[in-house]
Design a protein around this ligand. Structure first.
Ligand code: URA
Length: 441
């Protein structure tokens, strides 16, 4: 006879009561060993969605999830490790830049990244467009690589945080992803298991983020910082806008190309913008925060200086090349798009806003993301942005260039993309890319 009835625990959370550590352990362990079936766990998750978790429950859940699988320990190797994690976006490729920037400044970055989820892209998918890139080296090799060259980016393996892996899959199909406590436990358990001692969170808000409002994003950022404080991880949370795709490109190999260009010091000038600027500015900002977290600099402004010089000297590019070489990349080849389509505007006006989530789903339709698990991606597919929010657009002006394997697929999303634009007759203000930073202890 087990010590609790799952139904009783669901009922308890439904009524807004707090769980003991033992009850949470029963739920997680029972879920993993099959004693709590896949139809009862989502009921509990939904109760958490509506009733929340106390700070104590959240920390205990995070620790239980962390301890559900393998853990890395870099402290015993004498390294202070620092990672960056984004809550997800469209065209959000900063991990590819931040990791080599920090490594080039003397930091150690053991990055465990994800695949695309829903309308958002994933770092592992992006890196795998470099032919030969191995996102699943043996755990010992992962740790050795971080020690030797300062960075490694790998995918989440089955033995790291299996509780999160299974809970995440259930949350994805039961509308319980966008819950501040569950997101916090999910992210922090993985980071703790990966052995990071410092973490810079990029918490996105806006039309392409899981948190639409600045208020919700701030609440999530505060929660992540609080879990970090209580579990011994130094967390800074940067709140940034995801009201439009980041940078010039969205789509796996196209985003890697953008990062390689930025690392090589190139710009992308058109219509009065440098379309690489947002990607570069946010990456440099996040990397500078990571240097502060790691104690490698005394202030964010000193961090910015160090990171900019690592970019300008080519040191960060060398780190990126070293990482990719160590993880199997030989010829620097990526799948090339065979078809291209220019999408032009059918009206004039000012771009007031974008439905960035819908743009992300257009990318999924193009094959850059997965409609369901197991689908093979078209790593060459994606969109190229030719305007920013606030621009004055003329009829016939190019809005996007679409790239991919087959033209009919590109044609099928052209109208949907045009519908993502909210228009204004008069000039509109542009919002700030980086809104604020919330710092832990
Ligand atoms: N990213 C994660 O790792 N977990 C979540 O729950 C949401 C975003």
């Amino acid at each position: 006879m087990s010590r609790y009835l799952p139904t009783e625990l669901i009922q308890k959370k439904k009524r807004g009561q707090a769980h003991s550590r033992d009850e949470l352990a029963f739920l997680i362990q029972g879920f993993l060993d099959g004693a709590i079936p896949d139809y009862q766990m989502p009921a509990w998750l939904m109760a958490v969605f509506f009733r929340g978790l106390s700070q104590t429950e959240l920390l205990e859940l995070t620790i239980l999830m962390r301890d559900s699988g393998r853990r890395f320990d870099f402290k015993s190797r004498g390294l202070f490790t620092v990672d960056k994690h984004s809550t997800g976006g469209v065209g959000d490729k900063t991990s590819l830049l931040v990791a080599p920037l920090v490594a080039a400044c003397g930091g150690f970055v053991p990055m465990m990244a994800g695949r695309g989820l829903g309308h958002t892209g994933g770092t592992v998918d992006k890196l795998e467009s470099l032919i030969g890139f191995n996102s699943a080296p043996a755990p010992e090799e992962f740790a050795r690589q971080v020690q030797d060259i300062g960075l490694a980016i790998i995918g989440q393996t089955a033995d790291i945080c299996p509780a999160d892996k299974r809970l995440y899959a259930l949350r994805d199909v039961t509308a319980t992803i966008d819950c501040i406590e569950l997101i916090s436990a999910s992210i922090m358990s993985k980071k703790l298991a990966a052995g990071v001692q410092g973490l810079c969170m990029d918490v996105k808000y806006g039309s392409g983020a899981f948190m639409r409002s600045l208020t919700d994003a701030t609440a999530l950022a505060e929660q992540l910082v609080a879990v970090g404080d209580r579990s011994g991880v130094r967390v800074h949370a940067v709140i940034s806008s995801m009201n439009q795709p980041l940078g010039r490109y969205a789509g796996n190999s196209l985003e890697v190309g953008e990062c390689l260009d930025i690392l090589a010091g190139r710009r992308c000038i058109e219509n009065g913008h440098d379309f690489y600027q947002d990607t570069r500015d946010l990456s440099v900002f996040l990397a500078a925060q990571m240097l502060v977290i790691a104690g490698l600099v005394e202030s964010a402004s000193q961090g910015l200086e160090r990171v900019r010089s690592a970019l300008e000297s080519g040191a960060a590019l060398k780190k990126f090349q070293a990482m990719c070489g160590r993880q199997g990349v030989r010829d620097w080849e990526m799948p090339k798009p065979q078809a291209h389509l220019v999408v032009t505007s059918q009206r004039r006006g000012f771009v007031q806003g974008l439905d960035t989530e819908a743009i992300g789903f257009c990318l999924v339709r193009l094959g850059a993301g997965r409609e369901k698990q197991g689908v093979e991606l078209d790593l060459s597919a994606g969109i190229e942005n030719h305007f920013r929010i606030g621009d004055a657009i003329q009829e016939g002006q190019t809005l996007w260039t679409l790239h991919g394997r087959d033209r009919p697929r590109l044609e099928s999303v052209a109208d949907r993309l045009r519908e993502t634009i909210a228009w204004s007759e008069s000039p509109v203000a542009r919002d700030a890319l980086i809104v604020k930073v919330i710092e832990g202890h």
